[in-house]
Design a binder for this molecule. Structure first.
Ligand SMILES: [Zn+2]
Ligand SMILES: [Zn+2]
Length: 155
């Protein structure tokens, strides 16, 4: 078995129920996408880029997965890399996005809701995104100020 094949067959654990997730093949307009589904809570894990293959509207995908910020608001940890995740909102739908690997966690029914939304033509919330960008900018500025501060003492 090749290394590539091993990777695609690697099973994730649902970080809500701690059970192994099942692989499920989804038909799309392009090549089929293999997603991971929790047999218990029906949550779905999508690796980076997979959401974009499932939704017709790139705007919605970008909205959810770009500029995801630096602050974690989600109690969840990423099933793939174990890092913290952030909650992203598209109107009333909340999804968890990994700050590190860019994977997306969808609770039961959220994929259907997002698909519907992308077919309606999602416009996004410019104000919320601006606030997030600003928050990220402040966070980075604060971090670099802190770094300078610590350098002073370690010199
Ligand atoms: Zn689960
Ligand atoms: Zn991750």
């Amino acid at each position: 078995m090749s290394a590539n094949k091993m990777e695609s067959e690697k099973k994730y654990e649902c970080h809500r129920c701690w059970v192994q997730m099942d692989k499920k093949e989804i038909e799309t307009f392009g090549p089929n996408v293999i997603i991971d589904v929790c047999p218990k809570c029906k949550g779905i894990w999508l690796d980076k880029g997979e959401l974009g293959k499932l939704l017709k509207d790139r705007k919605l995908t970008d909205y959810l997965t770009k500029h995801i910020g630096t602050k974690s608001r989600s109690p969840m940890v990423c099933p793939r890399c174990g890092m913290t995740m952030d909650i992203e909102k598209a109107d009333d739908i909340e999804v968890d996005v990994c700050l590190t690997c860019g994977g997306v966690w969808l609770d039961k029914g959220e994929l259907e809701a997002l698909t519907e939304k992308s077919e309606e033509g999602f416009e996004g919330d410019e104000l919320a995104k601006r606030e997030e960008l600003e928050e990220e900018r402040l966070y980075k500025a604060r971090n670099s100020a802190l770094n300078k501060f610590f350098k002073k003492f370690t010199r």
